[in-house]
Ligand binder design. Structure first.
Ligand code: BGC
Length: 268
């Protein structure tokens, strides 16, 4: 993937001030896309990402928006159309965890995770799809009228005690992604998901920040290393490119084998 692969394409990555979203934004920028760095709270971190991209000769700006608020999402897309004219690539990445034992989980913990992780993806994808359909395919830009990439997780298939709200949101993302892919394919819109395993980011810090925690985590990863944000970023850039033009409606797991039932590796 060189710096012309996504040239002339406008990309919005939600939650790209840190973690996986930042890794995705940097890789899309390297491939030539113009970026919107969306963030919920951390303005300075978003500015850093913008600076990293523009210092390398790319184009980006930061935009604050809580993806679970319809009005804020619509305003974010309007601003993007003012600045870049349109959208070609949406990466629905914003997500959070509010962990709790099931019987102690509050409605607030449930609602917050479903609103940001699932409803936020719906709201952003709906805006993007409206614009993709309005504009259609632009020759010389991409074979597709638009690409939506939903950040799911291994927990769209691996049940996760202590994280029922989160796993439910990711299972929901899988069906949101597939149903959108089915409905939008005739408009030349491709919709796919990425299912990251354990990626070294702030969301799961307690799972890797001591040698004991990391050893325990690695028992779940046959490939025996924790993932890095650019492992996901490179896959997102490929899914956004015409190299994957015949792929729609699938989740690609990037998890070092976490979904391979590692407990069965030694005869079960
Ligand atoms: C979660 C991480 C977790 C990983 C593997 C991700 O979706 O956000 O906290 O380490 O799945 O379990």
């Amino acid at each position: 993937m060189d710096n012309t692969t996504l040239k002339g394409q406008a990309a919005l990555v939600t939650g790209s001030d840190s973690g996986i979203g930042k890794g995705v934004a940097l890789e899309l920028a390297k491939a030539g896309a113009r970026l919107v760095i969306n963030y919920a709270h951390n303005h300075d971190a978003a500015d850093e990402v913008v600076k990293e991209i523009t210092d390398a000769g790319g184009e980006a700006y930061a935009h604050q928006c809580d993806v679970s608020h319809e009005g804020e999402v619509q305003a974010m897309f309007q601003e993007m159309y003012k600045r870049y004219g349109t959208i070609d690539i949406l990466v629905n990445n914003s997500g959070l965890q509010k962990d709790s034992k099931f019987i102690d989980m509050t409605l607030d913990q449930w609602n917050t995770v479903i609103s940001v992780n699932l409803t936020g993806q719906f709201l952003c994808a709906r805006e993007a799809a409206r614009e993709f359909i309005r504009r259609g395919v632009v020759e010389g830009v991409s074979k597709a009228a638009g690409k939506i990439i939903c950040m799911s997780s291994v927990h769209e298939v691996i049940p996760w005690g202590g994280h029922v709200n989160y796993a439910t949101s990711k299972g929901g993302i899988m069906m949101l992604m597939k149903s959108m892919a089915q409905e939008l394919a005739s408009h030349k819109i491709r919709v796919n998901a990425i299912g990251p395993g354990a990626i070294q980011t702030p969301i799961n810090k307690e799972a890797w920040d001591t040698p004991e925690a990391l050893d325990k985590l690695l028992t779940l990863i046959p490939y025996n290393r924790i993932g890095q944000p650019d492992d996901i970023g490179k896959l997102a850039a490929w899914l956004a490119s015409d190299e994957s033009d015949y792929i729609t409606g699938v989740t690609i797991f990037a998890d070092g084998g976490m979904t391979l039932y590692p407990g069965f590796a030694d005869n079960g």
